[in-house]
Design a protein around this ligand. Structure first.
Ligand code: G4P
Length: 535
């Protein structure tokens, strides 16, 4: 093995790239802040997102995010901890931007699912979970806000199985609830971590560790809680799922941790255990088979494009996930889909708003590359001429549709340019009725707030005012079928045949009933909920 290769192997093995998923308000931002704190990336955890003080997170790049006080785009955060190089793919919390989160999950090697102990599994968590499940990546569960009154822990564990259909293994177990929350029992180490109020989670806190058999425990917890704990643990050992790392890595079993991000309780043990159990970058599927991250040839794919993130930069950045080999600043790579050589001269890494130029990067890392308008989501880049193409990023089914026109016919050119760019970024999906010109475009979005982003960005970046006419469709299906012909398609009165941006035939539906009617009437075709870009 040469030195270059041994360095690559070492760097791959210490990478951990994951996304944190949750329903808004479950505590994703707070947990991210605490993880960064352990990595020494920030001194006071509150400095990443001091909501009340500044009303927006540092990662809120766009003006609209500041106005609405929500996070529209995903950012990437890198930090070091215990000799691991950690990449957290931060994702927008608001459900209207879930498509961006879905795509970001394509770049993650594992996911951390944050659940509010009082609310259990909520709608957005469920959606995001299914995308992780589809990819078969390991999923770790952090049940948060244990300092507050919540559901019974057994009920929460049952919800994982009933609602998400995933087996679970509690790594620790809570003692008491709400005001009486005393701490957690670590099942592996057979130790109790006692909960103390600490200093409101602004910096690292200390926890006392005691053995479950420790004589002082009954007086600390009270007889009732102590015997309840012993009963619970016995029940878990006998009736619960057993721990199996293979099943964790396949995404069939989720290790569960109870804690409180705000008070910084249970966060560091969670991080340590997570880093040990989760996987470094693993081989990825491509048109040429599985690609080993430790292969020397550099390869990667683009999973996100973001224009005008910062008004002082006013540029377009393509986010590239490195899949194999070593990345070096200034290297020439092959843009597979365009069959062109390009030089990656100003690669950047992100710590929220701060951008730093990277000299080298490794599989698992995300780098931002300047995009003069040549990249599309799902494009692959590789160092040699092997023409490796990673499997496309799914187009997730929009649920809201409207017709969009420009108010001023003289601005048509800018209008089309803006629409095309926003579609390449994946902010919107564009459809066209066959035989009708681009004057009448149909726009589909996963969350209705994306329409506001469209209107705002067309006005602010392209100087175009638009009129939006909302359409009643709520479902979309891509048509698959040998020899499909639009003329032979037998639709219901309320459904509409259109073409997507890659000219694939798709049908828009008002309700699920119409979908099943159309499926019955057209047996030779199949209707798909997800389509792949750059197949
Ligand atoms: P999100 O990114 O998932 O949307 O959630 P975020 O971290 O912003 O947390 C949502 C709210 O829940 C915040 O309160 C936060 O302080 C609180 N929170 C997070 N973790 C815990 C926890 O472990 N225990 C308790 N009790 N609360 C927690 P907020 O009132 O919306 O904001 P703020 O006033 O705290 O800034």
């Amino acid at each position: 093995m040469n030195t270059k290769n041994s360095n690559l192997i070492k760097e791959v093995d210490r990478r951990r790239t994951f996304a944190i998923i949750s329903h808004p308000d479950a505590g994703k931002t707070t947990l991210t802040e605490k993880l960064l704190l352990f990595g020494g990336a920030i001194r006071l955890a509150g400095s990443v997102k001091s909501r009340r003080a500044q009303n927006h997170a540092v990662s809120d790049w766009m003006e609209i995010e500041k106005q609405r006080g929500i996070s529209v785009t995903s950012s990437v955060l890198q930090f070091e901890y215990n000799n691991c190089c950690i990449n957290i793919l931060d994702t927008p919390g608001h459900q209207d931007f879930s498509e961006d989160t879905f795509r970001t999950l394509m770049a993650a090697d594992s996911a951390v699912m944050v659940i509010d102990c009082a609310k259990g599994i909520e709608a957005q968590t469920k959606k995001l979970f299914h995308v992780c499940k589809m990819r078969g990546i390991p999923i770790f569960t952090f049940i948060n806000k244990m300092d507050r009154m919540g559901k019974d822990p057994f009920e929460l564990i049952e919800e994982l199985e009933q609602v998400l259909d995933i087996k679970s293994y509690p790594m620790n177990w809570p003692i008491g609830n709400g005001r009486d929350f005393k701490g957690v029992y670590d099942r592996e180490k057979n130790l109790i971590n006692l909960f103390g109020e600490g200093n409101h989670g602004q910096s690292k806190t200390r926890t006392e560790k005691l053995n479950i058999e420790d004589s002082s425990l009954s007086s600390l917890l009270g007889d009732e809680l102590h015997s309840q704990l012993k009963e619970d643990i016995e029940l878990l050992d006998v009736a619960g799922d057993s721990f199996d790392l293979d099943e964790v890595l396949k995404g069939n079993l989720t290790p569960v941790f109870f804690g409180s991000a705000l008070t910084n309780f249970g966060v560091e043990p969670f991080l340590e255990s997570f880093l040990e159990l989760t996987t470094p970058p693993t081989p990825r599927d491509s048109n040429l088979g599985m690609v080993d991250p430790k292969k020397e040839n550099f390869t990667g794919f683009i999973f996100k494009i973001q224009a005008n993130m910062n008004p002082t930069h006013r540029d377009r950045i393509a986010f590239l996930r490195i899949c194999s080999g070593e990345f070096k600043k200034g290297m020439s790579v092959n843009h597979v889909q365009e069959n062109k050589k390009i030089r990656l001269s100003q690669p950047q890494q992100f710590l929220s708003q701060e951008r730093v130029v990277v000299e080298t990067a490794y599989p698992g890392d995300i780098i931002g590359i300047h995009d003069p308008g040549i990249f599309k989501i799902g494009d692959s880049l590789c160092e040699d001429n092997s023409k490796i193409q990673y499997h496309g990023i799914p187009l997730f089914a929009p649920e809201h549709f409207c017709k969009v026109f420009t108010k001023n016919a003289l601005k048509r050119k800018q209008f089309i340019k803006g629409i095309n760019q926003l579609s390449e970024e994946g902010t919107i999906q564009v459809y066209k009725q066959p035989n009708i010109g681009v004057e009448e475009l149909i726009i589909g979005v996963v969350g209705a707030l994306q329409f506001e982003v469209l209107e705002y960005r067309l006005k602010n970046e392209y100087g175009v005012d638009i009129i939006m006419e909302s359409l009643p469709y709520q479902y979309i299906r891509w048509i698959n079928g040998e020899g499909f012909s639009p003329d032979s398609l037998n639709l219901t009165m309320d459904s509409l045949l259109v073409e997507d941006q890659d000219l694939n035939p798709v049908v828009l539906f008002i309700n699920e009933w119409s979908i099943s009617r159309v499926a019955e009437r057209n047996e030779s075709i199949s209707l798909k909920e997800i389509s792949l870009r750059n197949k």
